[in-house]
Design a binder for this molecule. Structure first.
Ligand SMILES: *Cc1c(COP(=O)(O)O)cnc(C)c1O
Length: 410
């Protein structure tokens, strides 16, 4: 029996058009899908998304997401990459995949604040213990490496205060004293460009990295995304199954935005590095500036470790304002900046600034206790002002800083 010709309503749904082979362009198309179709039930049963050999459901990958994951694997010197809806979601997905009740996780006291907050508020409630260590002091980590430690976070350099750790030494210590622990690096600052965390020398490597794609890979201050990268097939499967069960997908249009920016990441990173170093040099010795923190500056904490591992640096620097200035006076300096916009995040075209309120020892939380921006672990006496260098002309940024610094009372 032949089927009658379909009603247009049906043809609009089951349209016959199929894209021909032979269309080739710089960017992959943006594939939007929740459902993906299978040829047969046998096909449905045979397909696997976890090793990216097939498409099963929009949540578990499309040609658009698989392309970004493959490009990020190249950038990060990894073999497997998973996408998450934000950099923070990448961090928490790692925690959720690898930790269970009774385990312990260790974090640097200068880690990205929300990483510490998730640990303190959520993980603690799930019976997962934690402790903070000082990345510049290997002994403080060694003292914590007990058999219940299943995950150790590292961050190079630390958030806000930008102390660069001896990554290779810390990884060696963890391998010797806690071989059961997974070593995870928040690699947002290095972005895959400043150093290769999967080849640290002496055969040492971290197990996985997370990257806030919100920063340099996006480059546009307009999209939130994160990634988890690793080289080990078994670890990837463990992370991928857990990630799939969580249901934390990313939107294809956001993925397309990152795919459009990624080809220029190395150029942007190098330009922002050069500009940040020029700004850092200029700031040193300016009236009101007690100290400039930037790992490429001699005298900055961990400069020797940065020199041993890196040739490049991200466009971030932190100025410690002379301790005789009050928070109100420092705020007036920050408010007077016109080319630096006040706000969180970094890695875009627009330069940004934030003053870290509680850098003063009498209001900072005690060492080992962190509260995001308030958890500055090192006793910097003055208020800290973090600058994120964008893509403006360097001399225009310096001129802006010069005029705003005149607001600090003589
Ligand atoms: C911004 C940032 C994150 C979080 O990224 P979001 O996409 O904003 O969630 C994580 N780690 C570091 C070091 C960051 O700077």
């Amino acid at each position: 029996m032949s089927t009658p010709p379909p009603n247009p309503a049906t043809t609009l749904i089951h349209h016959p058009y199929r894209a021909p082979d032979g269309f080739d362009a710089a960017l992959v198309p943006t594939h939007r899908a929740s459902s993906v179709f299978f040829k047969s039930m046998a096909d449905l049963r045979a397909r696997r998304w976890v090793d990216k050999s097939g498409y099963t459901y929009g949540l578990h990958g499309t040609p658009t997401t698989f392309t970004l994951e493959a490009q990020l694997a190249t950038l990060e010197h990894a073999t497997h990459v998973l996408l998450a809806p934000s950099g923070l979601a990448a961090i928490t997905a790692v925690d959720i995949a690898l930790l269970k009740s009774g385990d312990k996780v260790l974090l640097p006291d200068n880690a990205y604040g929300p990483n510490k907050d998730f640990t303190r508020h959520e993980l603690a409630g799930w019976g997962i213990a934690h402790a903070l260590f000082d990345q510049q002091d290997a002994a403080s980590l060694a003292a914590l490496l007990t058999p219940d430690v299943k995950l150790v976070w590292l961050e190079a350099p630390g958030s806000i205060t930008l102390e660069f750790p001896d990554l290779t030494g810390l990884v060696r210590l963890i391998r010797q004293q806690a071989p059961q622990a997974v070593v995870a690096l928040d690699n947002t600052w290095g972005a895959g460009l400043a150093f290769n965390p999967f080849e640290l020398g002496d055969g040492l490597a971290v197990d996985l990295t997370i990257h806030a794609l919100t920063k340099y890979p996006s480059g546009g201050s307009d999209v939130l995304m994160g990634s988890i990268a690793c080289r080990d097939d078994g670890l990837h499967e463990q992370l991928a199954w857990s990630h799939g069960r969580l249901g934390w997908g990313v939107g294809p249009d956001d993925v397309a935005t990152v795919l459009r920016s990624l080809p220029s990441i190395a150029l942007r990173y190098a330009a922002q590095d050069a500009s940040a170093r020029a700004v850092a040099q200029w700031l040193q010795g300016q009236r009101g500036v007690a100290r400039v923190l930037h790992p490429a500056l001699p005298g900055s904490p961990g400069h020797e470790h940065w020199t041993a591992l890196c040739t490049q640096a991200a466009g971030l620097l932190t100025m410690e304002i002379d301790a005789r200035y009050t928070q109100r006076e420092v705020d007036a300096f920050v408010d007077a900046l016109t080319r630096f916009r006040i706000g969180y995040s970094w890695g875009g075209a627009v330069s940004m600034v934030t003053a870290c309120q509680a850098a003063r020892p009498h209001v900072a939380a005690p060492k080992g206790e962190g509260h995001g921006l308030r958890s500055l672990p090192t006793p910097y006496a003055g208020v800290l002002v973090r600058l994120c260098i964008g893509l403006e002309d360097t001399q225009d940024l310096i001129a802006d800083l010069a005029q705003a610094l005149t607001r600090l009372p003589a």
